[in-house]
Design a protein around this ligand. Structure first.
Ligand code: SAJ
Length: 401
């Protein structure tokens, strides 16, 4: 039975480590954050993911899953650390490189080294160059592959098991070895390719979604201008057998779709027009929402001769999660707080309290707010009727029939 070392215990690393541990493997999860390590070793988790806590608890009790700030020698090394971008939108692969350098002294003949972190093209080759320049005796004796994760936060456990995977080794043997590893816990089809194609595949998947959402967001602005209900319009257009328009929102957030297109843009600045434009459209959608709120706010003051109370409904980056990373809704709420004199409240059913945002219940918002701004389509908001006479700005389709 292999021993697996999973470098990174975040939104993807922890569910992955837990799934593998659940198959009876000995898994050591490694994270630089001592608090995260301590929480996991207690059988708890540090973010919301349905079903995960129970599985972590079971595996920790059984002894299959342990967490540590330091790696141990194993047979398979999974690199599942973040790849953010820098100020100038250039990808920052320093976490991948640090994780690689940390396990480098532990590698031995026959080991499998896999990168799952979203990475710019050629990162896997760069990491294998680092490994082989420091440990030349391992050249041709270890297996190195790239296998991007594809799971949707909120549905991670199901998707980890059932999604197809793209697996690209630095050579055929590495691809085969990685495929045989994943076949032990993935029920989706495993697709063989090379490392560069697998890296680009991940970036393209998220860029494609970004471009499609940008189309919906652009439509929403055109519709507002023309007095057309965008939700109805999209529903009707999608009745065409070959049309599938996504949903507009208050922007695109999270740590994937709003980030990964930049990795393609950074490496191909002359060739990326549509991909860059989509990023701009999606980023500007949040600004457009803020302008709409400001218009309503100013009109309220002119009409009522007093400052309104505003409730921002949702600050998570998407429905039904507690994740605020790169959240356009959170950005909009903070801008409304900064730019108005209004009393601004936040309703976020997935978060109990927040240092910077006054969180109140839906009922309290209904009692107190003059302007209600629907930012995130949380399930708790659906089919809720507010007291009539309020100004409601709907940026996420809550009021659609
Ligand atoms: N959004 C819209 N309209 C839509 C769909 C989404 O505005 O019709 C917004 C969401 O509100 C959110 C953002 O887009 O702000 C991203 O949400 P998402 O649900 O599309 O995606 P993520 O970021 O949670 O996960 C994505 C997934 N990628 C694809 O669907 C191609 C997931 O499979 C990846 O594993 C993940 O990125 C990742 O880790 O890269």
């Amino acid at each position: 039975m292999y021993k697996i070392i999973c470098m990174g215990l975040g939104y993807i690393g922890l569910p992955t480590a837990t799934l593998i541990a659940g198959r009876g493997f000995d898994v050591l999860g490694v994270d630089i954050n001592e608090k995260v390590v301590e929480v996991i070793n207690r059988g708890e988790i540090h973010f919301i993911e349905p079903g995960l806590k129970e599985l972590v608890q079971q595996s920790v009790v059984k002894g299959n899953l342990r967490a540590s700030t330091k790696p141990e020698a194993g047979d398979v090394y999974l690199i599942v650390v973040p790849t953010p971008f820098k100020e100038n939108h250039e990808p920052d692969i320093s976490y991948v490189e640090n994780a690689t350098r940390t396990v480098l002294p532990l590698l031995k003949k026959g080991d499998l080294f896999i990168i799952e972190s979203t990475s710019p093209v050629m990162t896997t080759e760069k990491m294998s160059d680092i490994i082989f320049s420091e440990r030349p005796e391992l050249k041709g004796n270890i297996f190195v592959a790239y296998c991007p994760e594809r799971v949707l936060p909120g549905n991670a456990l199901y998707e980890l098991e059932y999604n197809d995977r793209v697996i690209g080794g630095i050579d055929e043997n590495s691809t085969s070895k990685a495929c045989s590893f994943y076949s032990q816990f993935v029920k989706g089809t495993l697709h063989r390719t090379n490392a560069r194609t697998a890296e680009m595949c991940k970036l393209v998947e998220n860029s494609s979604r970004d471009v499609q959402i940008a189309f919906a967001n652009e439509l929403s602005i055109i519709c507002a201008q023309n007095g057309i209900n965008v939700w109805e319009l999209i529903e009707l257009a999608n009745r065409h057998p070959r049309v599938h328009i996504l949903q507009p929102g208050c922007g695109v957030g999270g740590h994937c779709i709003a980030v990964d297109p930049w990795f393609i843009i950074a490496q191909n600045p002359q060739q990326t027009h549509l991909i860059k434009q989509a990023r701009d459209v999606n980023d500007n959608k949040a600004e457009w929402c803020i302008n709409q709120i400001m218009e309503s706010y100013n009109k309220f003051i002119a009409d009522h001769n007093r400052v309104p109370t505003i409730a921002c409904m949702g600050i998570a980056f998407k429905p039904d999660i507690d994740d605020l990373r790169e959240s356009p809704a959170k950005y909009i709420a903070s801008e409304v707080i900064a730019r108005t004199k209004a009393k601004v409240f936040i309703v976020e059913p997935n978060i109990k309290e927040h240092n910077n945002f006054p969180i109140i219940s839906l009922k309290q918002a209904d009692e107190q707010a003059d302007i209600v701004v629907w930012l995130v389509r949380h399930k708790e908001f659906l089919n809720k009727r507010l007291t009539s006479g309020k100004i409601e700005l709907d940026f996420c389709g809550i009021l659609k029939k």
